[in-house]
Design a protein around this ligand. Structure first.
Ligand code: ZN
Length: 803
């Protein structure tokens, strides 16, 4: 990386670090007076200058210059000033009088037609950790002056900076690794510190840094011109580049081995690593630092690159396609789109324009997959060793031919499918993800599409480890050691050429009575009927939230904040919730296949998966401040352990789609029925009461059967009306469905109440419930009865397919 680029990145990242010290009540090295105002403009800048002492000696002058960004006299200070102005998108912010707590991005998102954003949600002033106190916003108002919180954060920052100072003291130390380490620690300690009302110091700093890098090639005259009236300037400042993997669904689910949960896990992890690798490859090829990666999650990444990089991007895009085509025979494609960001697009929500443009470019790219390869495409598509129709060489998992296919168990598998399964297996015990930056290598011949080969083509070597790796060899340019749990993170030490940090990754796997757990154990650990539950959930309306939810406040930092907030929930908090189903002293009941971006996929004991879905939904509501437009929809299907998992995953996906058909979404499809979440909660509550009644011997199973047949009759009437074109009353209200089953059910319940005197009150309540909502309550009352029936049924789990 060229020196001016490194300096721009470092200056951008740390220019406002003094803000934490200021809010912590740290006294400046010299009293604040007229001379200081003249030199620094604002008090936090003076404290940023003082923070120089925490940096390795060779880089202290960079921060000393950057600290003058409110009174710029040097080129670097001017570069930071203009980059900061663009990142903020407002003329000049008086940060010294700024807010004490960060407003949650969820308080800024209002999806058109979906109600107002929840007001006054503030994030706690705590270092990032997988704890509710640190992750969840609250409405505590007024939140106080935040001095104690900032003081603790400032102490943490200083300690960590001191460690880095020692590791990078040598002249010629690796600047890119230092920046990578800084990014991790700024995320941890300044992600909750407000730079503006709703923009964290972490986002503000890294976006300032990314823009400073993009502008670092400008001449002094160009910079001065840009500083004049940026809000009216059409001068291109950067390109926003988005990469998005397509073919994911088929890649994960078009595989056929039975019960291969680890294969699905391996494939999901590989896709995330692939997205990370391509992002880091593009940055490395353009000579850009890690500050210019805005986010990478859920198989999608976003970068900021200098405007002049457009031509080179086209060449990089061809390379990425060539590698993926050779290795995956067209099954996976990385769409890459970009849009130019003129200076004016950083103001008044105009960012929405380029953002829509980049998404349109992605759609075009996906519609014409691999078209960027032109004439080369035909050459690459015909692969003699792959297209021989030789059955002996056909992988029975992915159906591609490969000369190195090998029989493994009852299936013949290609090297890629074997390696992907191993990756999923290795993840089970993993505590660290070790990513090495190496020289990219891409050979023709017989590319097998193993994760190792493909990642190597993008200059990455990935390994999952259960303990810290030894120092990297000379072939490794830079190593990233990412701790996968908080405990493992405590053992990390910064080292030269080594980036250390925490990575959230939902890694919940069962350990059965005989060691490694299997899906059969999960089904066996169910209550009642022995079934596997397959759960999929995702966020509703997220596309609209990004494209229109921020309105006039749309900016890159807010888009990044929204993406991180959602990702943090799925990559982080979901793990905490899922772990509760695998306590150390009883059978494990949950298994994560994937959770990140805005969706998740779990398998486990079916009743545990129903509980987990409800927990995830309830906490997501709390996490978003009960946002009226941001909620979840999902589906849960029950299958026997021998039912093919990839098929079950598709069934669960279909159930999720069903749930999204409900007007307003925000629903869950379970046991073949879609209910809004609040109704599901009522059903769960009734299920619990029915179960208690049965357990106490107060009623017979006949009660459950009655409720189930009543619901079946109701459902039949409903479908019949729909077929005949009805379903609504003359006033447009959804119709109730009255039939002979109504008096019959009431009569039967009355008789049961007489028969089971001790349950007379509860049965009376059921009669009331059934009448509710013009008898439409029958739908969920019946679901509760089926739920209770499954929970209490004795079962050996030997049937072919579940409910
Ligand atoms: Zn294969």
């Amino acid at each position: 990386m060229a020196a001016p680029i490194f300096e721009a990145a470092l200056a951008g990242l740390l220019h406002d670090i003094g803000l934490v010290a200021l809010r912590a009540g740290v006294a400046p090295p010299q009293p604040w007076g007229e001379a200081q105002r003249e030199e620094f403009g604002q008090a936090h800048a003076l404290l940023s200058a003082a923070a120089c002492s925490h940096l390795p000696a060779q880089w202290q002058p960079v921060l000393a210059e950057a600290a003058h960004h409110h009174r710029p006299r040097t080129r670097l200070a001017r570069l930071v000033a203009i980059s900061e102005a663009l990142a903020t998108g407002e003329p000049e912010v008086d940060e010294d009088g700024g807010p004490s707590h960060l407003l949650s991005i969820f308080s800024r998102v209002a999806i058109p037609g979906q109600g107002a954003a929840p007001e006054g949600l503030y994030l706690p002033l705590l270092p990032l950790a997988l704890q509710k106190e640190a992750l969840f916003p609250s409405r505590a108002s007024p939140p106080g002056d935040g001095r104690a919180g900032h003081a603790a954060l400032w102490q943490g920052l200083q300690d960590r900076l001191a460690g880095l100072q020692r590791a990078y003291a040598a002249p010629g130390a690796d600047g890119a690794a230092y920046l990578g380490n800084l990014l991790h620690l700024l995320r941890q300690y300044t992600g909750c510190v407000p730079a503006g009302a709703d923009v964290s110091l972490y986002d503000h700093s890294r976006i300032t840094a990314a823009l400073a890098v993009c502008l670092s090639g400008c001449s002094d005259t160009e910079l001065q011109a840009l500083a004049q009236r940026p809000a009216e300037s059409d001068v291109p400042v950067a390109l926003v580049v988005v990469g998005d993997i397509s073919g994911v669904q088929d890649f994960i689910y078009t595989i056929t081995p039975r019960g291969a949960a680890s294969a699905l896990r391996g494939r999901s992890l590989y896709l995330q690593l692939l997205s990370d690798a391509v992002a880091s490859y593009v940055l490395a090829r353009l000579g850009l630092p890690p500050t210019n990666l805005i986010y990478s999650s859920g198989g999608r990444f976003c970068l900021l690159v200098p405007p002049a990089a457009a031509a080179e991007l086209a060449e990089l895009r061809r390379y990425v396609s060539r590698v993926l085509l050779a290795h995956h025979a067209g099954a996976l494609y990385m769409a890459l789109g970009h849009a130019s960001l003129p200076a004016s697009s950083f103001y008044q929500g105009r960012f929405a324009g380029p953002w829509a443009e980049v998404n349109a470019a992605l759609r075009r790219s996906k519609d014409r997959r691999f078209s960027e390869l032109g004439a080369e495409l035909h050459q690459l598509l015909f692969v003699p060793w792959r297209d021989q129709g030789n059955e002996e060489r056909e992988c029975q998992v992915c159906h591609l031919e490969h000369p190195r296919c090998r029989q493994e168990g009852e299936l013949r598998k290609c090297p890629a499918c074997r390696a992907l399964e191993e990756l999923g297996e290795a993840l089970r015990q993993a505590r660290y993800l070790c990513l090495d930056e190496v020289a990219p290598s891409f050979q023709g011949g017989e590319p097998a599409g193993t994760p190792q080969e493909v990642l190597a083509a993008f200059g990455m070597r990935a390994r999952l480890l259960d303990e810290l790796p030894p120092p990297a060899g000379p072939d490794v340019e830079r190593r990233h050691v990412l701790a996968l749990d908080d405990e493992a993170a405590r053992l990390l030490e910064p080292a030269p050429r080594c980036v250390v940090g925490r990575r959230f990754l939902v890694n919940v796997t069962p350990v059965g009575p005989h060691g490694v757990g299997r899906t059969g154990d999960l089904a066996g650990a169910s209550q009642g009927v022995k079934r596997l539950g397959v759960l999929r959930l995702d966020v509703d309306n997220l596309g609209a939230a990004f494209s229109a939810g921020l309105g006039a406040r749309a900016s890159l930092s807010r888009v990044a904040a929204l993406s991180q907030a959602i990702d943090q929930y799925f990559e982080g908090w979901v793990e905490v919730l899922a772990r509760e189903y695998n306590p150390s002293d009883s059978p494990h009941r949950a298994y994560s296949i994937y959770s990140g971006g805005d969706d998740l996929f779990f398998v486990g004991s079916w009743d545990a998966m129903a509980g987990l879905a409800r927990r995830i939904n309830a906490d997501f509501a709390e996490y978003t401040g009960y946002h009226p437009g941001l909620h979840l929809s999902g589906g849960l299907v029950l299958v026997t352990e021998r039912y093919p998992l990839y098929q079950a995953a598709r069934d669960a996906g279909q159930a999720e789609e069903e749930a999204k058909l409900l007007p307003g979404k925000n629903a869950f499809c379970f046991l073949g029925q879609t209910l809004p979440w609040p109704t599901l909660e009522r059903a769960a509550d009734l299920t619990g009461r029915l179960r208690e009644l049965l357990k106490a011997g107060k009623v017979s199973r006949g009660l459950l059967r009655l409720l189930i047949t009543t619901q079946a009759a109701y459902e039949e009437a409903r479908l019949r009306t729909l077929r005949e074109g009805g379903g609504h009353t003359l006033t447009g209200q959804p119709q109730g469905y009255y039939g002979p089953w109504v008096p019959r059910a009431q009569y039967m319940l009355a008789r049961m109440a007489e028969l089971h005197r001790s349950a007379a009150r509860e049965i009376g309540e059921l009669q009331e419930l059934l009448r509710e909502d013009d008898y439409r309550a029958v739908a969920w009352v019946g679901l509760a009865a089926r739920w209770a029936e499954l929970l209490t049924r004795e079962d050996s789990g030997r049937e072919e397919k579940g409910a």
